[in-house]
Design a protein around this ligand. Structure first.
Ligand code: TXA
Ligand code: MG
Length: 328
């Protein structure tokens, strides 16, 4: 498994049967890389405590080493063995796990998670994914899995096994196919390691829900500060290769329109009913579908920043950022 990751034989996409999950756990135990479905997006998993496996994961994704990974566990108890969630984290965990929420907290001394996986930070990002395949893989393996989204660094996240195969088929050991991801964009990341709970990435759990549980989040920090606190918050990310034009009210020559609501002329529509949850589930696969050679620009209708609309607009802004911006 270890050795030259580039020489791996193209990994098969296999249905996530119980037998395939057992095989996946064996591969991960031996240092391999397995793509698997979660409720948010597909993750590319390795054994969280195996430095060599983590190194190959960063290499395959082309991910900078200063951008730490999320540790996936199967229960709140497994998470609290790694980090001290304290009061606020325990409330958030009880109300949202399994689910699309990642909590950043101080790692416990003696915690065995690879320092390479966490970019040598004193904090650790953890979550319990809400997907039967992810949970049975974690239970079968019996130890935490680090998993970034299963795409090349900086590009659109995968919400189907076929998306994973498009960019990573020759470089990973197995791709478990569990169908389309229900939520469709990544987990919300909340930093609890400081005095004020801070939103590092909007995602599948709404800000309103989090604030109902633990009170107001710290005001959005400056871009520089948020990049330092969560290196993944880089400006350009989630990007298709065609440029995007956001808040489009018309379609210009050479453009295709990704609509929202009842707009005329849309090639694809995130949600005819203007439902932000439906739009989130459609976002990444529709961006991929419109990222064609014959298209010069992908125009996108305005999406209201309400509920999951906040995370949708965050992803669209980063996907639209200039190519000279740093890529995470
Ligand atoms: O929904 C998700 O979260 C998916 C699925 C596969 O679980 N994973 C995912 O991972 O989106 P990734 O690697 O694409 O994004 C992880 C984010 C990055 O923005 C990273 O900088 C941040 O979490 N992060 C990880 N550890 C951190 C830490 N200790 N402190 C601050 N930010 C951290
Ligand atoms: Mg990602």
């Amino acid at each position: 498994m270890r050795g030259n990751v580039r020489s791996k034989i193209a990994a098969a996409v296999v249905p996530a049967t119980p037998e395939a999950v057992i095989k996946a756990a064996r591969l991960i135990r031996n240092g391999g890389l397995v793509a698997f479905p979660t409720e948010t997006v597909y993750g590319l998993g390795s054994n969280a405590s195996d430095d060599a496996a983590v190194l190959s994961l960063f290499t395959v994704k082309g991910r900078p080493f200063w951008n730490p990974l999320i540790v996936h566990v199967d229960s709140i108890d497994s998470a609290t063995a790694l980090v001290d969630l304290e009061e606020r984290g325990s409330v958030l965990a009880r109300e949202n796990w399994p689910g699309p929420l990642t909590l950043v907290a101080r790692r416990r001394s003696g915690c065995a998670i690879s320092r390479l996986a966490t970019a040598e930070l004193e904090t650790l990002a953890v979550r319990v994914p809400d997907h039967p395949v992810a949970l049975s893989l974690l239970a079968t393996l019996g130890c935490p899995i680090v998993a970034p989204s299963a795409n090349l660094s900086g590009f659109t996240s995968p919400t189907t096994a076929a998306h994973v195969a498009d960019s990573l088929a020759g470089a990973v050991d197995l791709i478990l196919d569990g169908g389309s991801c229900r939520v469709g964009l990544e987990s919300t990341v909340i930093d609890l390691s400081g005095p004020h709970a801070t939103l590092l990435r909007p995602g599948g759990v709404t800000i309103e829900k989090i604030e109902r549980l633990i009170g107001p989040l710290a005001p959005a920090c400056s871009r520089t500060e948020s990049v330092t606190r969560s290196p993944g918050m880089l400006h350009r990310h989630y990007a298709p290769s065609r440029p995007l034009r956001l808040n489009a009210h018309d379609v210009r020559p050479g453009e295709v329109l990704l609509g929202f609501g009842r707009v005329p002329g849309a090639t694809l529509n995130l949600s005819q009913q203007a439902d932000v949850e439906e739009a989130a589930a459609n976002l990444f696969h529709m961006l991929r579908a419109l990222d064609r050679r014959d298209v010069t620009v992908i125009a996108v209708s305005p999406v209201p920043s309400i509920g999951l609309g906040v995370a949708i607009n965050d992803r669209l802004r980063r996907a639209a950022a200039g190519k000279d911006e740093p890529v995470g």
